[in-house]
Design a protein around this ligand. Structure first.
Ligand SMILES: Nc1ncnc2c1ncn2[C@@H]1O[C@H](COP(=O)(O)OP(=O)(O)OP(=O)(O)O)[C@@H](O)[C@H]1O
Length: 342
C-alpha cells in the first residue's frame, strides 16, 4: 500500500464557517511534512477528515489510494494523535494501550515495546489521571506507534511540552521519517517546524498559502536588510537610490536598505564621501515571515497573488525536488466528490 496522503480540493463547512476551503496537496513519505497555520486555520479539521472522523463538504483525502475508513487494519496503516488527552483517565498507560492493541489484533508484546520507546515503562501501571501533559503526549505517541504504521498524523504534538520533550519528539519524528514513513505534523509554531520539518504546507483560513521545502521557504522568507546609521541620512538615501537600492528610513532615523549587501553599501558610501557610523546586516525572523504570510489570509482569499511591495509576500513555490508540490488545485479539482460511505 502506498504511503502518500493525497488531498484534493478538500473543503469543510460548519454552518457559516468555512473551516477548510479547497485544499489540494500531497504528503510524501521519507520526510517530515509540517502542516503550519495560525490557530483556527483548519489544520485539525483537515486531519480529522483524513482520519475519517469528519466528512468533507467537498473533495477528498486518500491515504495510500484509499479512504481511511476503507483500510482493513487502520492502526497498522496510519498512526495518529489528535487530542492527546482523549484517554480514559481511570485507565493505566498499559491498560489503555493493551485495549487498543486487542481491538486491532496487535500482539501485547508491542505494548511494552512502545511504552519503552516513549519512555513511559516506569509509569506503565499508573493511572493516566495523574499524568503530566508531557506524559500524556508521550502516551499519545505510543498509541500512534502501536501498529508500527508507515503513515503518521500528529496534531500539535509539541504543545505544552518542556524543551526536553520538544527535542525528544523532534528527534523521534525525524527518525520515523528517515525510516521511510510519512510523517505529517501540524503546528502553529514556525520556529519549531523550521527545525523539524523537511517540507512545509502552510494554510490560513482553510486555504493553501505555501507548499514548499523548508529550505526554500526559509530562503524565500528570510529576507535580509542592511541597516545604516549615518549623520547624513538624506545624502545616503540619495546615493543608495541612485545605485538602484531600495531604501527606507526607520523610526529611529537609521536607514534600511533591501536587496543589497553591507559591503556594497559601504562601497557606495565611501565613493560618495559619506560618513557612516554603523552598517550591519539583519535577517527577518521566520516567525515574522510566517506572520506576514498568514496574517492577512482574508486578503489572499480575494486578491490573488500579491503584487505589492512585498509586505504581503506570498510563497507559492512548489517543490522542484520531486515534483510533488502542487500549491493550487489542478485539473483534477472537482473531478471527484468525497463519497459518504456507510
Ligand atoms: N465541530 C465544529 N463546529 C463548528 N466549527 C468548527 C468545528 N471544528 C472546527 N470549527 C471551526 O473551523 C475553523 C478551523 O478550526 P480547526 O480546529 O481546524 O483549526 P486549527 O488550524 O486546527 O486551529 P487550532 O490549532 O486552534 O485547533 C475554526 O474557525 C473553528 O472554529
Amino acid at each position: 500500500m502506498g504511503r502518500v496522503i493525497d488531498i484534493q480540493n478538500l473543503s469543510k463547512r460548519y454552518g457559516d464557517t468555512v473551516a477548510v476551503d479547497g485544499l489540494s496537496f500531497t504528503v510524501q513519505p521519507g520526510r517530515v511534512t509540517g502542516f503550519l497555520g495560525p490557530n483556527g486555520a483548519g489544520k485539525s479539521t483537515t486531519m480529522r477528515m483524513a482520519l475519517g472522523l469528519d466528512h468533507p463538504t467537498g473533495g477528498r483525502v486518500l491515504i495510500g489510494d484509499r479512504h481511511y475508513r476503507e483500510l482493513a487494519d487502520p492502526l497498522r496503516r496510519v498512526g495518529s494523535m489528535l487530542e492527546a488527552r482523549d484517554v480514559h483517565p481511570g485507565r493505566s498507560a498499559y491498560g489503555h494501550l493493551l485495549w487498543m492493541a486487542r481491538s486491532n489484533r496487535i500482539p501485547a508484546a508491542r505494548v511494552r515495546e512502545v511504552l519503552e520507546l516513549v519512555g513511559l515503562e516506569k509509569v506503565a501501571r499508573h493511572r493516566v489521571r495523574g499524568f503530566s501533559l508531557g506524559m500524556t503526549q508521550r502516551l499519545g505517541i505510543a498509541a500512534a506507534l502501536l501498529g508500527d504504521p508507515p503513515v503518521l498524523l500528529l496534531d500539535e504534538p509539541v504543545n505544552g511540552l518542556d524543551p526536553e520533550g520538544v527535542r525528544w519528539i523532534r528527534n523521534l519524528m525525524r527518525g520515523l521519517a528517515a525510516e521511510g514513513r510519512t510523517v505529517f505534523v501540524s503546528s502553529h509554531l514556525m520556529s519549531e517546524m523550521a527545525l523539524t520539518a523537511d517540507h512545509l504546507v502552510v494554510i490560513s483560513r482553510g486555504r493553501l498559502l505555501a507548499d514548499t521545502s523548508t529550505r526554500e521557504f526559509i530562503e524565500a522568507n528570510s529576507r535580509s536588510r542592511v541597516r545604516i546609521r549615518t549623520p547624513e541620512p538624506e545624502r545616503m538615501r540619495r546615493a543608495l537610490a541612485a545605485a538602484g537600492v531600495r531604501v527606507r528610513q526607520a523610526a529611529d532615523g537609521t536607514l534600511e536598505a533591501y536587496g543589497t549587501e553591507a559591503a556594497r553599501v559601504g562601497d557606495l558610501a565611501s565613493a560618495s564621501g559619506l560618513t557612516v557610523h554603523e552598517i550591519g546586516t539583519e535577517t527577518a525572523s521566520l516567525e515574522e515571515a510566517f506572520m506576514r504570510l498568514t496574517g492577512d489570509g482574508a486578503d489572499h482569499r480575494t486578491s490573488g497573488p500579491d503584487t505589492g511591495d512585498g509586505t504581503g509576500h506570498r510563497t507559492t513555490a512548489s517543490d522542484t525536488g520531486d515534483g510533488t508540490g502542487h500549491p493550487a488545485a489542478g485539473p483534477r479539482s472537482g473531478e471527484r466528490r468525497a463519497g459518504r460511505r456507510g
